[in-house]
Design a protein around this ligand. Structure first.
Ligand SMILES: NC(=O)c1ccc[n+]([C@@H]2O[C@H](COP(=O)([O-])OP(=O)(O)OC[C@H]3O[C@@H](n4cnc5c(N)ncnc54)[C@H](OP(=O)(O)O)[C@@H]3O)[C@@H](O)[C@H]2O)c1
Length: 261
């Protein structure tokens, strides 16, 4: 069985490729630049223009669609919405039997512009002719880590203490995706989150402790619908099973013993 993985060089793609190979999939991987690798065949595809798409989907049984251009305004629309439509049409013409799209828990609840594009892309996938599955994952810990670095650029960590998050390890999301590919199309949406729900203030305290930093949390209240959605659990899911790797595991792997800042 052959699978095409879009955005295969990204954070999730890098951990999904070896798992697909281990399960015996013949893997074709896309990037906008030419790449080489011994265990997968790389093809150049640009979803914003459609370059390389028809050749990429030819002869594949399934597509795992990871490519995305977050928070880039019009480019996000071009890649995530129009690019997904191009992919769905090309895959339909090529007789692909299953398309798995990776989305984010909360795209239907949290008013963030990027999420509107992800939700629109989900709808494109669901309206297409290719049997489909949407897997909505919660945030990767690396994303939360990067966000905290950004939020502490000026010294203290700026944030709304009551925002709820449920970080999930991308390797465990990758396992789930491979399983979903093997099982076949759900024609529906599945959610997948990490093992624990964290308040932002707790996440900050463990983050600063792991980094041996004394930066305090400077509490702010995110206003309006966005703040309400984030505080009332818009980013978390009650779906089971969940991943098993915790925020503390991520911190230990990333900062354990070194005190790196
Ligand atoms: N990060 C999170 O916390 C999180 C949580 C839940 C779900 N997700 C979803 O999981 C998916 C993968 O996330 P990730 O963190 O692995 O993303 P990532 O590291 O940003 O990788 C996305 C990839 O998309 C490709 N891409 C960008 N523009 C493109 C274009 N015009 N045409 C074709 N490919 C393009 C890029 O590949 P090249 O540069 O090689 O072309 C990039 O490596 C995304 O759909 C994201 O929304 C992410």
């Amino acid at each position: 069985m052959r699978v095409l993985v879009t955005g295969a060089g990204g954070r999730l793609g890098r951990v999904v490729l070896p798992r697909l190979r281990a399960e015996g999939w013949d893997v074709r991987a896309t990037s906008r630049r030419a790449r080489t690798g011994s265990s997968v065949r790389w093809v150049v595809v640009d979803l914003a223009t459609g370059e390389g798409l028809a050749e990429a989907v030819a002869g594949v049984d399934a597509v795992l669609h990871l490519a995305s251009a977050p928070n880039r305004g019009r480019q996000t629309h071009r890649v995530d919405v129009l690019g997904t439509r191009r992919l769905v049409v090309a895959a339909g013409q090529a007789g692909v039997r299953h398309l798995v799209y990776v989305s984010i828990v909360g795209v239907d609840r949290v008013p963030i512009p990027y999420y509107r594009h992800k939700l629109a892309a989900e709808q494109v996938v669901a309206a297409g002719t290719v049997p489909w599955t949407v897997l909505r994952a919660t945030q990767f810990p690396e994303f939360l880590d990067g966000m905290l670095r950004g939020a502490s650029r000026l010294g203290p960590v700026l944030g709304d203490p009551a925002v709820l998050a449920q970080p999930v390890d991308p390797g465990e999301v990758a396992d789930r995706l491979v399983r979903r590919l093997t099982v076949g199309p759900l024609r529906g949406i599945e959610e997948y989150g990490g093992p624990e729900v964290l308040r932002f203030d707790d996440a900050v305290h463990s983050w600063t402790a792991a980094r041996r930093s004394r930066r305090p949390l400077l509490p702010i209240r995110i206003p309006g619908r966005l703040g309400h959605a984030l505080r009332s659990g818009g980013l978390i899911t009650a779906a089971t099973p969940t991943g098993t790797r915790t925020w503390a595991d991520h911190l230990a792997d990333t900062y354990g013993g070194t005190g790196a800042r």
